[in-house]
Design a binder for this molecule. Structure first.
Ligand SMILES: CC(C)(COP(=O)(O)OP(=O)(O)OC[C@H]1O[C@@H](n2cnc3c(N)ncnc32)[C@H](O)[C@@H]1OP(=O)(O)O)[C@@H](O)C(=O)NCCC(=O)NCCS
Length: 182
């Protein structure tokens, strides 16, 4: 049975490896070069997750089966993207391992994340997604998010267009929907 639980410090290395796996499968479909490899190895290092797991503004929930991690969601509180239609809680990452896609894990993690935010006054959660990541945009749209803006994401001097999506339903409605969906 799948379990969703808050992360513990021991998850840092698993989160790092899972992130490298999902990020490279999503964004490096045509191959790997030093530019992207350097970025990914730095961003998804064990020390960077150890630091984030200690940060009181960060919330990590992991999906696991038989004590094996299959995905995670990372939320950041007090994160204002500066757009009118967004609140101050950001969904920073939602990653499910490719072999486990389309089994409801992403939806379950998203629901758990939205329920966690429901406990506080954070307004409409927002997220940034690469404009070319059609699968993720489709996923978030079916889950009640709408596009409210765009901005560039930079690796060194190279820019990548991101869309800003905001949850179109109030956190209270989201909680009710989650309960109806079971
Ligand atoms: C996006 C992601 C988290 C979804 O996780 P998942 O576990 O595969 O998704 P689920 O099985 O829970 O749900 C899939 C739902 O999204 C819908 N969906 C998926 N791709 C879609 C698309 N391209 N267009 C429309 N809907 C789509 C499915 O129809 C399904 O909804 P339904 O059950 O109501 O039919 C996962 O694919 C992933 O990790 N992708 C790579 C990383 C990434 O891009 N993350 C998001 C940006 S941070």
């Amino acid at each position: 049975m799948m379990l969703i639980r808050p992360s513990i410090s021991k998850d840092a290395s698993s989160l790092a490896l899972l992130s490298l796996e999902v990020w490279s499968a999503t964004y490096l479909r045509r191959g790997i070069n030093a530019f992207f490899a350097d970025y990914a190895l730095k961003k998804f290092s064990k020390p960077s997750f150890e630091a984030a797991l200690c940060d009181p503004l960060e919330i990590f929930l992991v999906a696991e089966r038989n004590k094996l991690l299959q995905g995670y969601i990372r939320l950041r509180l007090n994160s204002d993207c500066g757009l009118e239609d967004t609140g101050v809680a950001e969904i920073r990452t939602l990653y499910v391992r490719p072999p486990h896609h389309n089994r409801g894990i992403g939806k379950a993690l998203l629901r758990a994340g939205l329920s966690t935010l429901e406990a506080g006054v954070h307004g409409r959660p927002w997220l940034a997604v690469n404009a070319q990541n059609k699968e993720a945009i489709g996923f978030y749209t079916t889950q009640g998010f709408e596009r409210v803006g765009k901005r560039n994401f930079c690796i060194e001097d190279t820019r990548f267009l991101n869309y800003i999506l905001s949850y179109a339903v109030s956190p209270t409605d989201a909680c009710q929907k989650a309960m109806q969906d079971g």
